[in-house]
Design a protein around this ligand. Structure first.
Ligand code: RIB
Length: 295
């Protein structure tokens, strides 16, 4: 499978409550982690047993080298990861609260300074599943989805961070995986219930709304089905839970499983991912996901 996405370094401060606008919260603990939605998804899929190639960009700096090294250690194919001169590696400033909730601000740097080339296109065309997000340029997202569509390859768009979805994406009909906030923004309707109806009436493919501990809601082919989540008594850090969901969903689909089975695995993996600090530390490996699914 192929992930076309972002790679960031996450600068994280864990505090006893999230700051309100204008508030300074003192007493936090600082850590640095590898992150970026695309790179996180690639790692989640690789740990779930998929062969993953990553298409993206980092800067020619220490953070870029740290980011690539971490992906390589997970067995992700980095032939299409470019290093850009004059652009810094993407940075996310993250504040994590006592129940694992977060606030994130991203400086995309290199992630927003590239376009697909013919080698990337060949890599996408050869994939069994393609996964992308809004942390790379919209032109890259559209071209990736169009290439997958032309080849009949299953494609997933995790529409995060939230932004309005252009009609060309709705026409291409990728599997969409918004959370509840992204759902309303993607269609420009603040009301969650009618936003889903409206998106479903305009989008040609399946929609999976991720709902954190509550699980996920699938709308596809006129069918609506709820997949229950697993409550985690004391989540440490929910950063990367959505990425785990998407990476595992893609990994399962790459094995030819049904969308329903892929959602079950993704739900379980996402709930397991929140038990450790940092986007990736809690992401489960395949045997752990299989173990949880068999309970
Ligand atoms: O989804 C979590 C990720 O969002 C973080 O790792 C951060 O880098 C931001 O991209």
């Amino acid at each position: 499978m192929c992930v076309v996405g972002s790679a960031n370094i996450d600068l994280v401060v864990a505090v006893d409550h999230l700051p309100a606008p204008g508030e300074t919260v003192l007493g936090g603990r600082f850590t640095i982690h590898e992150g970026g939605k695309g790179a996180n998804q690639a790692v989640a899929a690789a740990r779930a047993g998929a062969r993953v190639s990553f298409v993206g960009a980092v800067g020619d700096d220490d953070y870029g080298r740290r980011s690539s090294r971490a992906l390589a250690e997970e067995g992700v194919d980095l032939e299409r990861l470019r290093t850009l001169d004059g652009e810094p590696t993407g940075i996310a400033l993250i504040v994590v609260g006592p129940r694992g909730e977060n606030q994130i601000a991203v400086a995309p740097g290199a992630n927003h300074a590239w376009e697909l080339d013919d080698h990337d296109r060949a890599r996408i065309a050869a994939a069994d599943v393609v996964l992308t997000t809004h942390e790379v340029p919209m032109s890259v997202v559209v071209e990736t989805l169009a290439a997958a569509h032309a080849r009949g390859i299953p494609a997933i768009l995790n529409p995060a961070p939230a932004r309005a979805l252009p009609s060309e994406i709705l026409r291409l009909g990728p599997i969409l995986t918004p959370n509840e906030h992204e759902l309303t923004v993607s269609i420009g309707n603040d009301d969650g219930a009618t936003a889903l109806e409206e998106l479903a009436s305009r989008h040609a493919g399946p929609i999976i709304v991720t709902q954190g501990a509550a699980g996920a809601l699938l709308v596809a082919d006129g069918r609506e089905e709820r997949f229950g989540g697993r409550a985690v008594p004391a989540p440490v850090d929910t950063t990367g839970a959505g990425d785990t969901f998407n990476g595992v969903l893609a990994a399962w689909l790459a094995e030819g499983t049904s969308l329903d089975d892929a959602i079950r695995a993704a739900n379980v993996a996402a709930s397991m991912s929140v038990i450790a600090a940092g986007a990736r530390a809690g992401m489960p490996h395949r045997d752990a996901i299989d173990g949880e699914l068999s309970v």
